[in-house]
Design a protein around this ligand. Sequence first.
Ligand code: NDP
Length: 481
Amino acid sequence: QKAQIGVTGLAVMGANLARNFARHGYTVALHNRSVGKTDALLDAHGDEGTFIRTETLQELVDALETPRRILVMVKAGAPVDAVIEQLVPLLEKDDIIIDGGNSYFQDTRRRERELAEQGLDFVGIGVSGGEEGALLGPSIMPGGPRKSYDSLGPLLEDIAAKAEDGTPCCAWIDTDGAGHFVKMVHNGIEYADMQVIGEAHELLRSVAGLEPAEQADVFEQWNRTELASYLIEITAHVLRQVDARTDQPLIDVIVDAAGQKGTGRWTVQEALELGSPVTAIAESVFARALSSAEPEMRLEAQRVLPAGIGGTTEDVVHDPEFVEDVRKALYASKLVSYAQGLDMLTMAGREYGWDLDLATIAGLWREGCIIRAQLLEVIMEAYQGDKQPLNLLFAPEFVTAVEEALPSWRRVVARAVERGIPAPVFATTLNYYDSLRRPRLNAALTQGLRDFFGAHTYRRVDDAEGIYHTLWSGDRSEVVS
Ligand code: NDP
């Protein structure tokens, strides 16, 4: 009996995806560079389905029905190229190599191009949901050639998470790196989601005086509102956890230095290339860097930098209204970070020639992935059919939602600033919102200055076509450039 799918790379993600396929009735051929992982998987879970054990890539290839489907789940970067290089001579036309790791989308574009020249299909798929998602149903964002999805799609849709209406959280995104691009932006949004939850947590502590366990109650309540989401749910669990060693809330014994594996940074780097203002994601990546990059600098700053706030403002105010303000601000801020992320997808679609369907993409994130949230159902609806708002914030339901949250949002940002409590995402999303809606931006002065020192020219409000320059070092008359 031949296997319908082969998996090479059996660390946590590969192993769990392999089990997920097997549990759905597929025969799965297993391979790992060091055979120990293959045997460990078979020892622990070999009875979950039909597996074929292989020791070499040749055996893996021989174990598969044609056209072959080989899922590569090795460490992103050079290992993926190394595995592809070893696989290619063993494969035949129309075989599909699938990269389910967190690969950089430009690598995926390159790999698809190179493999297409050899008659092979290369499919980069974004897989979200961590270990548990991989086993129980991840959110899957496949790119690659459309025709490969005919062969691969049904298997992926089988193992994917299912939305409440039964739709699989897996759909073809577009060619080459589109799947990995969407996964990257998903991760960027995840950074922003987590950062703004962290800011809410800090404000609840420092302004409202709520201890972690009390905050856990608050987040549990919030999880029954429009904020309902996996991240809010697990925030309650983390805040409620008590450290066995010290009897302190666990959150108080965790070092406040956030790590990152790079997908948030990629999102921001790519956003800079595209000129896409994903300020919430950027602030979140920088917030992690600030927390961890230079610990000595933070220590020194605590010694030498004054807060510049009066003593009384340090007092906590047990103010339920403030708690509700934070909740509303959190919702508005989250909406803006999704609006920014989705706008980045639109800009990328134009740049790379992808036809990205935002309703479908929001739909894929409803279940299985880390950012799964009730809100995504509403976002999906906002983009369905002919309704294609130019910006998510323009969808009528969100105009109303933000309008309702605005006074709270402004109060929260003001309070954070007054009290010297960093709230970069609460603030930057509000700045983005205000920047979008203001009729005039300070960019006019920027253009004036650029023209002054560098003759970079400007356009006039009363002339749509002309490019102008003022003779700043001459008689300061204006000339058409
Ligand atoms: P790791 O990223 O830790 O990679 C370990 C696997 O890669 C092992 O099977 C290892 O083989 C193999 N490997 C490394 N180098 C080579 C090489 N040169 N040739 C062949 N095989 C090699 O595994 P994870 O399961 O954590 O992640 C897999 C992918 O999924 C990564 O791209 C990751 O970013 C992504 N991902 C991970 C998530 C998570 O929650 N962990 C969530 C979503 C995506 P060996 O055993 O022989 O060392």
